[in-house]
Design a protein around this ligand. Structure first.
Ligand code: RAT
Ligand code: ZN
Length: 421
């Protein structure tokens, strides 16, 4: 049944956009199987690296980075709370996000009493909080970021059964192999792979064996890396050899996509540690060459610089093995999500994955998805409105189909896999 009026259409889109279950195709979250690797709760939320860098803007000359890093987590959280929530208003996306979380968890935001918030969550178990947050955020499926070179994580995969929660899937992260090869060689050797710094036949074989074994062990849905903005492909360098001779062949053998997140400049301020990374312009022609060279290989691509977004979206018109995804990191703010979602829909229709959360702390699913759902819904409704004015009205089923494509099916279809129930 076609919807009768623009206002009824907007109401339907708004309601479905806010409530439809979503697949979150890139996070740094874990299932409860991973114990302490799964971060959650008030203090972890406040010491999110996005908030660390924002609060240092208010630090005075006597407040050193070293003093901050020497504090306990709780002290760090108190410090950030004072700077960003008490001494100033929580206007930024990440600070506002913390307030959205408190509000949706049913805590009294007006009390501004941090210890009450801590206490309210203190009696919960990790498993309870995972269920509760997935329920509130309506996130149905979460992709983790899984690194076998992390000793704590590796131990869980090797000796403690790995992931047993069907709401979570793995993605094999390969940054060290591409971006820090000497270190990767040391790690590979310590894990029993006969690799050498020199790119020999034996080394290629062993890297492929390492990747294959871990894809199988984790049941990884894709291979993932984040790349600096100066990534060039093809080039006479280690990265090109690694991609051509190890990573793409292994992805093809297992029938999985390769996700590249391009445009990071790591540690422009090392004193901020994880919070010290920056964005930089990238060369979209690297993605173009990959898509052209490997028409049968699928590439999930996101870029960090605003200046690359339009060109990347145009490129997706040329290559069906390219899926653009998410508004990443510094682009995950209201104005950019709106701008990017608009021109992506204008260039690609609904054949895009408009958002991923990149959450590091579990409750962040609540605000990242609530904020993004609202904007995506508004942009989609404005497109239906234009159609309506030409006499084309969409049905509720069609709205549901389009949102389901954006929030779930484009990802699973691209993978060639059934979405888990
Ligand atoms: O968004 C982030 O939290 C960054 O620190 C990175 O982890 C980035 O998302 C990445 O996956 O490299
Ligand atoms: Zn990430």
């Amino acid at each position: 049944l076609a919807i009768e009026s623009v206002s009824a259409m907007k109401e339907t889109v708004g309601r479905l956009a806010m409530t439809m279950p979503v697949t979150d195709m890139h996070t740094h979250l874990f299932s409860a199987d991973f114990g302490n690797l799964l971060l959650w709760g008030i203090d972890e939320l406040l010491i999110y690296h996005y908030l660390i860098s924002e609060s240092f803007r208010w630090a005075d000359d006597r407040e050193s980075y070293d003093a901050f890093w020497a504090m306990s987590k709780r002290e760090q959280a108190d410090w950030i709370w004072n700077k960003l929530f008490i001494e100033h208003s929580p206007i930024s996306e990440a600070a506002n996000g913390f307030i959205t979380i408190l509000h949706r968890l049913g805590l009294d935001v007006s009390s501004r009493n941090l210890n009450d918030y801590r206490e309210a969550l203190a009696s919960r178990t990790t498993a309870e909080q995972v269920d509760e947050v997935l329920r509130i955020s309506n996130v149905k499926h979460v992709l983790m970021t899984n690194d076998p070179f992390d000793p704590e994580e590796r131990e869980i995969w090797l000796n403690r059964g790995g992931n047993t929660d069907s709401r979570f899937s793995a993605a094999l992260r390969v940054d060290t192999l591409l971006n820090d090869w000497p270190n990767a060689v040391v790690q590979l050797r310590s894990l029993g792979y006969d690799a050498s710094e020199e790119w020999t036949e034996k080394t290629k074989e062993e890297v492929r064996r390492f990747l294959s074994e871990w894809i199988v062990r984790m049941d990884a849905l894709y291979l993932a890396v984040s790349m600096p903005g100066d990534f060039v492909y093809p080039a006479e360098d280690h990265r090109t050899r690694m991609i051509d001779e190890a990573m793409v062949p292994v992805c093809q053998k297992h029938g999985i996509p390769f996700a590249l997140m391009i445009g990071v400049r790591r540690r422009v301020n090392p004193e901020l540690r994880l919070a010290g990374d920056m964005s930089m312009d990238s060369d979209v022609s690297a993605v173009e060459a990959l898509c052209r060279n490997y028409p049968k290989q699928k590439f999930l691509i996101t870029m960090l610089a605003r200046s690359n977004q339009h060109e990347l979206t145009v490129l997706a018109r040329k290559f069906r093995n390219l899926m653009v995804f998410g508004c990443w990191w510094f682009l995950h703010i209201e104005s950019m999500v709106e701008e990017m979602t608009k021109f992506r829909l204008e260039l690609l229709g609904t054949s895009v994955i408009p958002q991923h959360s990149d959450c590091r702390v579990f409750e962040q699913l609540i605000y990242k998805w609530e904020h993004s759902r609202r904007i995506i819904g508004q942009v989609l409704a404005s497109k239906y409105e234009r159609l309506y004015n030409s006499g084309w009205s969409v049905t509720e089923d069609e709205i549901r189909r389009d949102l389901d494509d954006l929030f779930n099916r484009n990802f699973w279809r691209f993978l060639g896999k059934e979405q888990p129930e």
